[in-house]
Design a protein around this ligand. Structure first.
Ligand code: A2P
Length: 320
């Protein structure tokens, strides 16, 4: 049984979930099946990953009458993409995710980013010079449209992703349904101490994406040293007789941050949830925090400025 974090709605959100960003179609179904079969009860999805249909195939094989799991046994998150921020587009976008995931409701629906892209079905609408075509829709108006999804019963709760402290407070100042989660990049090289306390102080739980430092991000520099290979992390892992990934995941959940490690490898998927049988000392928790170098790996402008080859790779790898 995995630990859960209680959200402001009273919902229990499992502290470790399976991340599906960068999980290619053709691999993600097996990954979700492997996760559900080794007691994951939380799957993190997004329309922009362009793999929700396959995630839905896996969910439908395990959920429902005569199957091992009931819908209420699992916590499923999806996210509203930037091209769907216009209030007239929000309900349809949510229904598309529900239909792809073969679910009647989501446990949590996040606004993926605060900024809106030009409306339409092009995932990254860009000009010939590569710059993104933005849209003027303000995230406050998008939020009001997302609140209706709660009222309609399509989603149990709504939240934010990639929002900074000021933007969170802006949403809180107008919210009828308060955001329950802010999902942000977070790992030992970007510990986000201030943002995490800001969220907690206002009743939002925090979910860490790229919790292992995303060694498979498409724009990684060849030969770059990864968090999982950091000799200090490897050293700690040896001390606890655990793997580097397990030590990092344990660090996240022990500080109260939900995390969603991505893997398509069954043995790693299993390993990543086997983090409830050991505890890091307070001293080691502090030591890991000192690895911080405010290093942001996921910057939207990187995606925007990528040359065509990288962009193609990005869309293939991340968005199917
Ligand atoms: P793979 O999917 O090939 O198993 P993040 O969640 O920070 O984005 O990191 C995902 C990356 O970390 C993927 O490349 C994934 O590889 C890899 N990964 C996930 N779990 C482990 C693990 N336990 N040991 C080593 N690498 C892992």
């Amino acid at each position: 049984m995995t630990a859960t974090i209680t959200l402001s709605t009273g919902q229990q959100m499992p502290a470790v979930g399976l991340g599906t960003w960068k999980s290619a179609p053709g691999q993600v179904k097996q990954a979700v099946l492997a996760a559900l079969d080794c007691d994951y009860r939380h799957i993190d999805c997004a329309a922009a990953y362009s793999n929700e249909r396959e995630v839905g195939e896996a969910l439908s094989e395990r959920l429902g009458e005569g199957k091992p799991l009931r819908r209420e046994d699992i916590f499923v998150t999806s996210k509203l993409w930037n091209t769907k921020h216009h209030p007239d587009d929000v309900e349809e976008a949510c229904k598309k995710s529900l239909s792809d995931l073969r679910l009647s409701y989501l446990d949590l629906y996040l606004m993926h980013w605060p900024m809106a892209f030009e409306r339409g079905d092009e995932l990254m609408p860009r000009r010939p010079d590569g710059t993104v075509r933005y849209d003027n829709t303000h995230y406050r108006d998008t939020w009001a449209a997302m609140e209706k999804l709660v009222d309609q019963g399509l989603v149990k709760a709504i939240g934010l992703s990639n929002f900074n402290a000021r933007q969170i407070d802006d949403i809180l100042s107008i919210a009828k349904h308060k955001p329950v989660v802010n999902q942000v990049e977070c790992h030992p090289y970007l510990v986000q101490t201030q943002l995490v306390s800001h969220c907690w102080g206002r009743g939002l739980a925090v979910t860490a994406y790229s919790p292992l430092g995303s060694p498979d991000r498409p724009w990684v520099t060849p030969g770059e040293a990864h968090l999982l290979d950091d000799p200090r992390v490897v050293g700690l892992a040896k001390c606890y007789n655990k793997t580097p990934a397990q030590v990092i995941i344990r660090w996240h959940i022990q500080r109260g941050v939900i995390c969603i490690p991505k893997s398509v490898t069954p043995s790693r998927i299993k390993q990543n949830i086997e983090v409830f049988d050991f505890k890091l000392t307070e001293e080691d928790m502090r030591v890991i925090e000192t690895f911080n170098r405010n290093e942001r790996l996921i910057i939207p402008t990187i995606m925007v400025r990528m040359n065509s080859y990288c962009m193609l790779l990005f869309l293939n790898v991340c968005c199917g």
